[in-house]
Design a protein around this ligand. Structure first.
Ligand SMILES: [Zn+2]
Length: 402
C-alpha cells in the first residue's frame, strides 16, 4: 500500500434514528478507521479527491454510505448479483487503492472495496449480505460539509415485519382519522374507457363519493376528496390537498384497462423508490403518471417539491406502512372482487410520493373486461367496493392502535 498525499478517513457515525445496538457495533469496530489514498497516474488526471467515507446504520434495514469529495463529481450506481454488490462509479475522481476494510460492516453490507479505472474513474464496490434497494444522490456543499455522494441501502424484505415505532406513533392519540380519497383522472383526462364507453374518471368518482359518505358516517373518521366533480387536477395538487387536510392515509382510486379483454381483477399498489416490482406495475405507473401530461403539466422531477423530501429516511417507514395498509385493503377487496394480484405491487406512482402519509393506489377492476365494466358501473357493486376498502383501512388503523 502506498501512503499518498490524501489521507482518507472512514468513520462510522450514528444517524439520528440509530439504535443502541449500532453504537455497540461501532465501538466494536472502532469509530475511526484510517485509510490512505494511493498516488498513481490517475491522481494527476483526476480533478476530485475522495476525502472520506462515512457509514451509518439505522436499524437493520437501512445503511447509509456517504462519500465526502473535494469537489463535484458525476456518479453512477448499479447493482450486480452473485454475489450481491452495489457499484458506484465516481467520474474524474482520484483513486484510493486502499479502501478495503472487511470490518466495515453493517446489517446489510459486508464490506467496501475500491479500484481505479481508466480515465480517472474511481469504482467503489459495496459487498452486500443480500439484496437491497439502493438509492444515491449528490449533495452540494452546505455549511461545514462539502460535496457528498450519498448512497442509501434499504432492505428489500418489506413483507410482513413487526410494526415500527413510527407507525405506532402515526396512529396513536387520534380523536379522528382523516382519509384522503383520490378519484383518478377527471376533466379532459378520462382515464381508461370501457367497451361500453364507461369512463374511469366517472366510476372512480362514484366509488370515492360512496366511500366518503360511509367514512363520514363513522365516528372517529373523516373523509376528504381530492376532487368532488369531473374536473382536471394535477397529481401534485392531489397530494397537496391531502396534506393540507392533514390526512392520515391517502387512497387513490382507479380502474385499469388492457389490450386484452380477458385481463381481470383488482390490484393495490404502493410507492417504490427504485424500480417497479413487475413489468406490469411499471407499465401501469407510466399510464397513471401520464395524467399530468394530458393536463399539460410537466412531470419534470427537478421542480418536484416532493423530490427533495423523498431523500428523507421517513419515506422508508412510510412505504412499509403503505405496504401494510395495502395488504389490509387487498384482503377486504378480495372478498368482493377478483384479485389480479394477491400481493401489494410497487411502482413509481407520482401520486403516492407523499413522504409522511401512507399512500396506496387501487386499480379496482379492468374496464377493458366487459364483465368487470358492467360490475363497476353497478352502484351496488360500487358500494361493496367502498365498504371493502374502508374496512381494510379500519383494520389497518385498529391493528396499530394497540
Ligand atoms: Zn387511472
Amino acid at each position: 500500500m502506498t501512503l499518498g498525499k490524501g489521507k482518507i478517513t472512514v468513520t462510522m457515525v450514528p444517524i439520528a434514528t440509530a439504535r443502541r445496538h449500532f453504537l455497540a457495533r461501532a465501538a466494536r469496530f472502532g469509530l475511526s478507521l484510517a485509510l490512505f489514498a494511493g498516488g498513481k497516474t490517475a491522481l494527476a488526471r483526476s480533478r476530485t479527491a475522495l476525502t472520506g467515507i462515512r457509514i451509518s446504520e439505522s436499524g437493520e434495514e437501512h445503511t447509509r454510505v456517504v462519500f465526502d469529495l473535494s469537489g463535484d463529481a458525476e456518479h453512477r450506481l448499479f447493482t450486480l448479483t452473485d454475489p450481491n454488490r452495489v457499484v458506484i462509479d465516481l467520474e474524474d475522481t482520484r483513486e484510493s487503492q486502499a479502501i478495503e476494510i472487511s470490518s466495515m460492516t453493517t446489517s446489510l453490507m459486508s464490506g467496501i472495496r475500491s479500484a481505479s479505472k481508466d480515465n480517472g474513474r474511481l469504482r467503489v464496490v459495496l459487498d452486500l449480505r443480500g439484496k437491497v434497494r439502493p438509492r444515491s444522490f449528490m449533495l452540494k456543499p452546505d455549511g461545514q460539509a462539502g460535496y457528498r455522494v450519498v448512497v442509501d441501502l434499504h432492505a428489500t424484505n418489506l413483507g410482513p415485519t413487526p410494526v415500527k415505532t413510527s407507525q405506532e406513533e402515526r396512529y396513536r392519540h387520534k380523536q379522528q382519522y382523516v382519509i384522503a380519497l383520490d378519484p383518478g383522472h377527471g376533466g379532459r383526462d378520462p382515464g381508461a374507457i370501457g367497451r361500453k364507453g364507461t369512463r374511469e374518471k366517472d366510476v372512480v368518482l362514484a366509488v370515492a363519493k360512496k366511500m366518503k359518505t360511509l367514512i363520514n358516517r363513522t365516528p372517529g373518521y373523516r373523509a376528504i376528496l381530492t376532487r368532488e366533480s369531473d374536473r382536471f387536477i394535477s397529481l401534485r395538487s392531489r397530494v397537496k390537498k391531502a396534506r393540507e387536510a392533514e390526512a392520515d392515509i391517502f387512497v387513490s382510486i382507479h380502474a385499469d384497462s388492457f389490450h386484452s379483454p380477458s385481463a381481470k381483477g383488482a390490484s393495490v399498489y404502493a410507492l417504490s423508490l427504485s424500480g417497479a416490482s413487475s413489468e406490469a406495475a411499471r407499465w401501469i405507473a407510466q399510464k397513471e403518471n401520464a395524467s399530468d401530461l394530458i393536463g399539460g403539466i410537466s412531470l419534470d422531477d427537478k421542480d418536484d417539491l416532493i423530490a427533495s423530501v423523498l431523500l428523507d429516511l421517513s419515506q422508508t417507514a412510510t412505504i412499509q406502512d403503505s405496504l401494510d395498509l395495502g395488504s389490509d385493503v387487498l384482503a377486504k377487496i378480495g372478498k368482493v372482487s377478483r384479485l389480479n394480484n394477491s400481493h401489494v405491487q410497487q411502482a413509481g406512482f407520482a401520486v403516492l410520493k407523499a413522504p409522511d402519509m401512507p399512500s396506496i393506489l387501487i386499480e379496482t377492476a379492468f374496464l377493458s373486461n366487459p364483465l368487470e365494466e358492467k360490475k363497476l358501473r353497478n352502484p351496488g357493486h360500487q358500494a361493496k367496493l367502498a365498504r371493502a376498502v374502508f374496512s381494510g383501512i379500519q383494520n389497518h388503523i385498529k391493528n396499530r392502535q394497540a
